[in-house]
Design a protein around this ligand. Structure first.
Ligand code: ADP
Ligand code: 5GP
Length: 205
């Protein structure tokens, strides 16, 4: 008898995953937006957060904005592949976001913090993680202030966390220094192309 005949049939789907990690204000969303515009084979995972929308942010576009009770009930329901408390607010990556992207045949990009990157890499060791670093901490402070979206105390917290995040070298497959924007935009596209050639595809059962 063929023992395989008794195995349940399962759909195996595979993709590439690229995690962009780095301090707030360093330019992650600027670079990922550029990559998305240049490479239609990828899509951005949209996180859920309890943080209030900033500026022109809209629910369902930059994030799914929910209240803390909703977020906690989703944690209990096992809805998140990873979640973390970042600067006093919850942020999480829904499993459904990853599955939807993959079922559309796309590679998935993530803009998440260092705790989230570690958790995702533990689940999906084939994921690549790139650190986006500023040319200096003075430049980072300038970018955060000129973005004009955060109060002074929030900026101080973000700067303090930045040094810790960039010291986590064991996690990073690449470090991309975002100095001249044109160069950094070209480099993130190159890294993505290399990943598609070399990285093992993440398999989801
Ligand atoms: P993050 O997503 O990492 O928080 P953003 O992409 O929002 O950062 O960038 C923070 C600010 O820095 C924005 O105002 C953006 O336009 C600006 N910025 C990004 N990259 C550069 C760069 N290479 N040179 C100058 N300004 C930049
Ligand atoms: P911001 O409030 O500036 O949008 O994001 C603050 C930080 O939260 C950034 O470092 C961003 O990468 C991180 N972040 C956004 N979404 C997620 C997520 O789903 N999980 C984790 N762990 N971090 C996230």
């Amino acid at each position: 008898m063929n023992s395989n005949a008794t195995l349940p049939s399962r759909k195996i789907i595979a993709t590439h995953m690229l995690i962009a990690c780095g301090p707030s204000g360093v330019g992650k969303s600027t670079l990922l937006t550029h990559l998305l515009s240049q490479r239609p084979t990828c899509t951005l995972s949209r996180s859920t957060t309890t943080r209030a929308p900033r500026g022109n942010e809209q629910n369902g576009v930059e994030y799914d904005f929910v209240d803390i009770e909703t977020f906690r009930s989703r944690i209990e329901a096992g809805a998140f592949a990873e979640y973390a408390d970042v600067f006093g607010n919850y942020y999480g990556t829904p499993h459904a976001m990853i599955h939807d992207a993959i079922s559309e045949g796309k590679d998935v990009l993530f803009d998440i913090d260092i705790q989230g990157a570690r958790n995702l890499k533990a689940q999906y060791p084939g994921a690549w993680c790139i650190a986006i670093a500023p040319p200096s901490f003075e430049v980072l402070e300038h970018r955060l202030r000129s973005r004009g979206t955060d109060a002074n105390d929030v900026i101080e917290k973000r700067l303090a966390k930045a040094r810790f995040e960039l010291s986590q070298e064991d996690l990073f497959d690449f470090v991309l220094i975002n100095d001249k924007l044109d160069d950094a935009c070209q480099n993130i596209c190159r890294i993505y192309d290399v990943m598609r050639q070399r990285a093992e595809r993440v398999t989801i059962l």
